[in-house]
Design a protein around this ligand. Sequence first.
Ligand SMILES: [Zn+2]
Length: 136
Amino acid sequence: MTTLPRIKKIAWKWFSVMIRLEASNDVGQVECVTCGSWDDWKEMDAGHFIAKNKGNQFYFEERNVHAQCHNCNRFKAGNLVEYSAFIIKTYGLEGFGEIKSLPQNLAGFNIPQLEEMRDIFKGRAKEAAIRRGIKI
Ligand SMILES: [Zn+2]
């Protein structure tokens, strides 16, 4: 049975794979945006700049989620000083401000929205994998 928590989890799985693979080089190695270390895309996280528990609008926002090593994402709580610098370097101060002030999404996501997102993320992840000759 399709339940909302389950489909959200699957959509997140594909979003995370897509973020990491699209950021990877042609052999699937990806750089941590906050410390510059490199590893295989499978060994990295897709880390939120603004934590997903701060609001649904941050959950699947591409500008808010990037490849990070476990150390930065899990043990340095996102390494936010460096993450802020990366966001500003990548999107400018304007983009930084836009991400921080994304409109609230109090309603969250419904199942059809999540299914649509899952399909899009999965498609992009597979495309990125094919281009790099990686099996997912
Ligand atoms: Zn790192």
